[in-house]
Design a binder for this molecule. Structure first.
Ligand SMILES: [Zn+2]
Length: 273
């Protein structure tokens, strides 16, 4: 019985954090202060009353519309709040009521915010990313071990990025050279050196965070799951939008969250451990 009351409190904490994440997602990429001005309707700029600001419930009572101008309020708000509460309850349920659970839940929540920002802007603010990385180091009592795993994953991802970028750049350089060989006048218009960066820098910081929380084995599972989730999404994205670039952080974050709970089962299932 007592445990369920504590879980309820944890869930409420998740809702409050989720409500704050909504502010981060909305304001940080636009360079606005996250503290001032206080919450207002993005449509009519009318400041919100306290009872307009209750996570989840307000959106339901207002039926998803601003109480002043009746402008629709994005469903993203209650969805982020509910997902953050889910993250908090499931992490504390698995890992027990302690400060390490809080660190893991906060890191995953910040990864959720980063995912939303990446989906919308295809770039993420370092502030949230680095904060998640620092908090993740406290994911378990073995902080030195967490740091080692974090550095190994971030290092491996950096090297991978160098190799893939080199390959992609050389391929593009060859393509341009072939065109120039056929039409030498193009030379004046083409760059001498090609430098294409294959992976976002933000992905490497996310790798650090995931390594710290999961350890090496479960990180491999996380990256595998991320690729598995990204594959159909990238095919749909290509056919629907012809847009080749797909933000990867949402998939990394989802893969990491699933791996946190199911890596053991997945590894056992494929017979690795
Ligand atoms: Zn309004």
């Amino acid at each position: 019985m007592e445990k369920w009351i504590i879980m309820g409190v944890v869930g409420l904490l998740g809702l409050v954090i989720g409500s704050f994440l909504n502010v981060l997602i909305l304001r940080l990429p636009q360079g606005q202060s996250i503290l001032f001005p206080s919450s207002h309707c993005p449509g009519c700029k009318e400041p919100l009353k306290w009872y307009h600001n209750i996570p989840l419930l307000s959106w339901l009572f207002l039926k998803g519309k601003c109480s002043y101008c009746k402008e629709p309020i994005s469903a993203q708000y209650p969805v982020i709040e509910a997902l953050t509460a889910l993250i908090f309850v499931s992490v504390f349920y698995k890992n027990g009521i302690n400060l390490h659970s809080l660190a893991v839940a906060l890191s995953f929540s910040l990864l959720l915010a980063l995912s939303l920002i990446d989906l919308r802007y295809k770039a993420v603010p370092d502030s949230i990313n680095l904060l998640a990385a620092l908090i993740a180091l406290y994911a378990s009592p073995d902080i030195a071990g967490n740091l080692k795993n974090a550095l190994l994953v971030a290092g491996a991802m950096s090297m991978l990025r160098f190799f893939v970028s080199y390959y992609v750049s050389k391929k593009e350089e060859l393509r341009l050279k072939k065109q120039i060989a056929q039409a030498p006048w193009l030379q004046d218009y083409y760059p001498k050196y090609v430098m294409i960066e294959a992976m976002g820098e933000g992905d490497i910081i996310v790798g650090f965070t995931i390594g710290a929380i999961l350890g090496l084995e479960a990180t491999f599972v996380a990256i595998f799951l991320a690729a598995l989730l990204a594959l159909p999404a990238s095919i749909i994205n290509k056919t629907l939008h012809g847009d080749k670039e797909l933000p990867f952080i949402p998939f990394l974050a989802a893969g990491a969250f699933l791996s946190y709970f199911f890596a053991r089962d997945i590894l056992e299932w494929i017979g690795v451990s």
